[in-house]
Each structure stands twice: as C-alpha cells, then as structure tokens.
Design a protein around this ligand. Structure first.
Ligand code: PLP
Length: 423
C-alpha cells in the first residue's frame, strides 16, 4: 500500500509514538484504561493534530537548555531564547509567503487572532454605515466575534449563502459585498463541509470595494501550500496545534501597513517602547501586539513543526489529504443511507462530515470509540450552518499525514457495523 502515498507514511508514523498506543473506550487516567486493547485510529485531526517527537524534543530542549524570558535580559540565556523566539516568526513568515517577521504576530490560536483584528481594527474603524461580510460556513471563532463587533459598532454583518452542494453562492457574494463593506472574513477550507473556498475571487471583489480580507486558515495552512499574496489576504490566521505544533500558539499574518496603523489589542509589558505616567508609545511590529511574556517554548516548537511539514513538502501533504478524503468519501457513499455534507470527494479538504440515517452522531462516535476510532461528533463550532443543514450534529473524520487507507477502511467498517446495529 505504501507506494500509493506521496511520501513514506510508515516513516512519518514512527515519529508519532501516540499512534502506537491502544485504547478501549474507557475514560480513565490517560493511558491506563483497563480495556486498552484496540489500536488507536486517530481521525480527529481537524480538531487537533498529533505532535511528532521532533516537536516534543524541541519543547523539552528549550526547558532543559535555554528557558528564559525574551526581550528582557542582557544575559546569554535570555538572548538565546529571544533569538529562537524571533527566528520562529521568520520561519512562519516564510512558510506563508509573508514579507518578514513584522507581519507575523504570535497569538494563542486562530480564535485569538480573529479577536485581535476584530477588537484592534473593527472596534475602531467600523460604524453603523459599514458592513462586514462573512460566509454562512464560518467557524464560531469568526462568526461570533464579528457578530459581537457588529452589535457594538452598529456595523451590518452579512453572510454569503452556502448552496445545496456546500459551495458558496458567488452571485450572492457579489450582491452583499458592496461599497459599505469594510471587511470580508472567509474560511479558506471549511472545517464542517470540507469546502475549499475561492478566496482569491472573494478577495478581488473585496478589494474592488476597498475592503480588507481576513482569511481563516485554520484548516488550510496545515494541509496545503498557502501563500498570502496568491490568496490576496490582508490577514490570515492559523493554529499551531492543527499542524504538528503544540497548543497555545498560533499566528496572525497582517499586511505590515495595516498592522502598523492598528492600535494594540492588549497593553502591558513587552509591547511598549517608552512609558511615562501620562502616556506610552509602542514597540515595533510584531511585538506591539504581543503584550506580556509570550508562549516561548510553543513558539519555538511551532517553527519546528513547520520545518517538519516543509520537509515532507506541502504539495505532498495536500496530495495525501486528497487521497484519503476522496477514498473516505467514496467508501462511505457506497455504504448507502449516509448523508455526506459538502462538495464531492475530489473537491474537498481532508475531512468528511456525515450522518448515518437513524443514528445520532454522538452515538456513532461512541460506537467508533469502542473500536479505537477517534472522530468528532457535534456541530464543529458551526451551529448556524448545522441549523441550515437541518442537522443538530454530524460525525466528522479528518485526516493528516500519518493516516492510512487501512485506517479509512477501519472507519468505514465500523460505520457499517453501527448502521447494522441501529437498523
Ligand atoms: N477556524 C476553523 C475553520 C477551525 O476549524 C477552527 C478550529 O477547529 C478554528 C477556526 C479555531 O481554532 P482554535 O480553536 O485553534 O482557535
């Protein structure tokens, strides 16, 4: 089977010891379930990916060798930490085609990056005469955030409609993006539908109206080559924990001139240049937006995760995702009695959300758990979209670099068993 993959999946799997563990469906002390006999089949990567040894070692090495606060010390260890932390910004910048570290703000995750722009830019720039355009498939991290900014500023929040086939209605986009629009915020790859949105086309429409474009890259940056210039993105957000990195670290890309003009989001240490009792001035980019002691180990490990993905090659990562998603789509469709959400198998990102007729997604997930198969069941932080789909919840299998065709087979077999059980 190995030859069908764009890279050596067995070698990759060897970097992720967690993939060798057994599970048994019991929730106990981690790793100590009494019935831990099933191989773990981890298909919950859209929520959080696993972390290779190289990244875990980077974190351990940081704490063992050069743990210190950044930007504050003249001493050697602090300088070593500062250099590693700053260079991590360069690494992220290069990965997405940004000009340099000035355009990369480290955040806790995608959600914080969305809030940063909404608060620092939105609250100051928007008013009742303006509009913000989202899509009906936005993650709550964007939808709830802009909704609240809309309430506070009076700006109209509009949604580009999702069509039956899970793609955006681009005629509707052309209607709702107009001269009042100041921001178009769009998810690149939907975490619920798997839809790959035409971001460039939307960006061109937005720029025509002098609006900015915020791209939610939480599902796209980990799984395919992403270049901010190709996308026409003014902002791009993504999370380290979905791309082999640790939790607690993510990035906001912003075009330098826009970030430069924005007020800080959080105030305090690290982000100031000069403070008097009366007033303060701000540090250069990106530090102006990184108040307080940052997540240093996580930042350095984020860069290691990016190096890891770079070594595989993002085109190869995409090809692997395509292969597994297409195969899963086909096999699940063939079972019959299954509703799969979003576009067809060859036009989607590496995830498949579905419902089995007569089986609640939570029950399905629970049965799969007995087989050692980890999927997600719920609304995937897209409640309004699920309302529109007429589904309270869906089951979602999502794939990454270490997943195999055999694991998709295990998923499909277990779904077939569940179907039988509830028939
Ligand atoms: N946007 C999308 C499309 C996502 O899938 C997610 C996470 O599932 C997020 C945003 C939020 O990411 P985080 O929880 O890391 O902030």
């Amino acid at each position: 089977m190995q030859e069908q993959y764009p890279f050596d999946v067995d070698a990759i799997r060897a970097d992720f010891p967690i993939l060798d563990r057994k599970v048994g469906g019991d929730v106990t002390t981690p790793g100590e379930g009494p019935n831990d006999t099933q191989d773990l089949v981890y298909l919950d990567n859209a929520a959080t990916s696993q972390t290779p040894d190289q990244v875990v070692d980077t974190i351990a090495d940081y704490y063992r060798s050069y743990n210190s606060n950044v930007h504050r010390g003249i001493h050697q260890v602090s300088q070593e930490a500062s250099v590693a932390y700053e260079e991590a910004h360069d690494c992220v910048a290069e990965f997405i085609g940004a000009e340099g570290r000035e355009e990369i703000v480290f955040t806790k995750n995608t959600t914080e990056a969305e809030n940063l722009v909404a608060y620092a830019w939105g609250l100051n720039e928007l008013g009742p005469e303006d509009s913000v355009v989202l899509t009906e498939m936005e993650h709550h991290s964007s939808l709830v955030t802009w909704q609240q900014i809309g309430k506070r500023t009076g700006a109209d929040v509009r949604y580009i409609e999702v069509q039956e086939d899970g793609t955006l209605d681009m005629d509707h986009a052309a209607e709702v993006i107009d001269e009042t629009t100041e921001m178009v915020s769009v998810v690149h790859v939907s975490n619920a539908l798997g839809t790959i949105n035409p971001v460039r086309e939307l960006a061109d429409m937005a720029h025509e109206e002098d609006a900015y474009v915020f791209v939610d890259g939480a599902q796209s940056v980990p799984t395919r080559p992403v270049d901010v210039d190709d996308l026409g993105a003014d902002f791009l957000a993504f999370s380290g924990h979905k791309m082999c990195g640790p939790t607690g670290i993510g990035a906001l890309y912003g075009r330098e001139e826009i970030l430069d003009a924005m007020e800080p989001y959080l105030y305090g240490g690290e982000m100031i240049r000069r403070v008097t009792y009366e007033d303060s001035t701000w540090e250069d980019l990106p530090w102006k937006f990184e108040a307080g002691t940052p997540s240093i180990a996580q930042g350095v490990a984020f860069a290691e995760a990016i190096d890891y993905l770079d070594d595989i090659g993002m085109e190869n990562v995409r090809a692997h995702e395509d292969l597994l998603a297409e195969y899963a789509y086909e096999q699940l469709s063939d079972l019959g009695g299954i509703e799969i959400y979003g576009p067809s198998g060859d036009e989607r990102g590496g995830l498949v959300a579905f419902n089995v007729e007569g089986v609640h997604a939570h029950d399905l997930s629970s049965i799969l758990n007995d087989y050692g198969i980890a999927i997600r069941a719920g609304d995937h932080c897209t409640q309004p979209l699920h309302d529109k789909l007429g589904a309270a919840a869906s089951a979602r299998a999502s794939f990454y670099i270490y997943n195999t065709v055999e694991e998709v087979d295990a998923l499909v077999d277990a779904v077939a068993e569940a179907k039988e059980l509830f028939a």
